[in-house]
Design a protein around this ligand. Sequence first.
Ligand code: UD1
Length: 428
Amino acid sequence: MSNLIIRGGNRLNGEVRVQGAKNSALPILAACVAIGGINVIDNCPRLTDVSATVKILSYLGCKVSRDGNTVTVDSSCVNRYDIPRELMHEMRSSIVFLGPLLSRMGRAELYTPGGCEIGLRPVDLHISAMRQMGSDIAEEYGRIACTSEGKLRPANISLSFPSVGTTENIMIAASTAEGTTVITNAAREPEISDLADFLNKCGADIKGAGESTVVINGVKKLHGTYHKIIPDRIVTATYMIGAAVTGGNVTLTDAGPSHLTAVSDIFEKAGCKIRSDMNSINISAPEKLRSAGTVRTMPYPGFPTDIQAPVSVMAAVSLGTTFIIESIFENRFKHIGELNRMGANIKVDGRMAVIEGVEGLRGTKVFSHDLRGGTAMVLAGLAAQGETVVADTEYIDRGCQDIEKDLKTLGADICKENSMHHERQCDF
Ligand code: UD1
C-alpha cells in the first residue's frame, strides 16, 4: 500500500497526454467474450480495474496479452460461463460480463458486485433487461444464475433510468440476438458510443448509440477487430481542475474536448479560459476562482457524477457559495469530511453540499474513500499550503494511470511513499 505526498502551492503549467478511458476499456474488454476471435484494443490504460477485467477474461478461457497500451484478447477458447465471487467483487463493473456471457455461452453464473463506497448500486435494471430478452434468472444470496436456453430474443426495453452498464449489457447481448432490439431512455455517455463503434467494427449493426433510442439488429456472428479507446474525459477534467486550483495553464493532448461541454461551462463560470481544437484542450486559470453557482450531476450530456468530488475542491477555494447537487449516487460526499479537515467550509444536507469558498486549504493527512474522492484529495493537496498525505492510494490506481508522473510533469511536488515503512522517493 502506498501514500501520495504532495507539497502544495506550485502552479501547474505545461502539457500532458490524456490516458484512454477506463469506462470504455472495461465494457469493450468484457464484450470480447461475445466475439470468438482476436481483438486488438489500443490506448487501453494501465489500471487495477483493467487488470481485474483481464483476470476475469483469463478465467473464462481467453488468451490475453499486453504490449504497452495495447491489449490483445483472443476469445476463441472461452469455455466457462461462471465468474467466482472474489473476481466479481474486485470491481463493480464486472456485471458488464452478463450480456457477453449470455450472448456467447447462453448461460451466466455470477455474483452481484455488491454495494460500494458511493451507494447501494443495485443491478435490478441489468436483470430485468436480460429477462426481457428471454433469460431465466434465479437470484439467491447474491448469486445470479442466468440461462437463455441457447438463444436470446430481441426486445423493446425501456429503461426507467439511463443506466450506463445496463445499456452496455443490452447492446452486447442484442448484437447476436436474432431480430431487432430497441432501447429507449438509453444512456448517452461517449463510452456507450465507443462500445457501439467497437461492436460495429466486429460486424454488429447498432444505430443511435449516443442518443436516447438505440436500435440493435442482431447478426449471426461477430468477428475480431482493431479498436482504439477514446480519451478519458474524467481524467481530462481532473487535470483541468488541477490547473484551475493552482492558477495554472495546462494543455491536455489526445483529449476529447467535445465530450466536456458541461464541464467546460463550469470552468468558464469560475473565470477560467478554455481553448480547444479537435484533440486538445487548454485551460488557463485566473489568480482567484469565483463560484460556478449551482452544479447538478446528471446523466450525460449533463455534468458527470465522476467529476463531482474533484469539482468540490475547486468550489472550496473559489470566491462565494457553490451548491453541488448529487443526483446519480446516494452516498458520494465522503470526501467532504476530508476536505473540511483541510480547512474547507462545506455543509452536506442529503444530496446537496453547500460550499462557502475559503481563502486557502492547509495540508494534512487525508484518506480516499473511493476513486474520485481520492483524486479530489490529490487536487486539494496541490492547492493547499504545506504537505498533504493522501493515504492508501489503491482507489486512485483503479482509474488514474500515472497521476503522480503527470502532475510532476506539470510542475507539482508529488511523490509516493510505502505506507507501511514510510520510505519516500521524493525529490523535493
Ligand atoms: C458507470 C461508470 C461510473 C459512473 C456511472 C454514472 C463505468 C465502468 N462506470 O457506472 O464511473 O459513475 O456510470 O455515470 O462505466 N442503478 C440501479 N439499478 C441498476 C443499475 C443502476 O438502480 O440495475 C442506479 C445506480 O445505483 C446509480 C444509477 O443507476 O444510482 C447510475 O448507475 P449506472 O449508470 O448503471 O452506473 P454504472 O454503469 O455502474
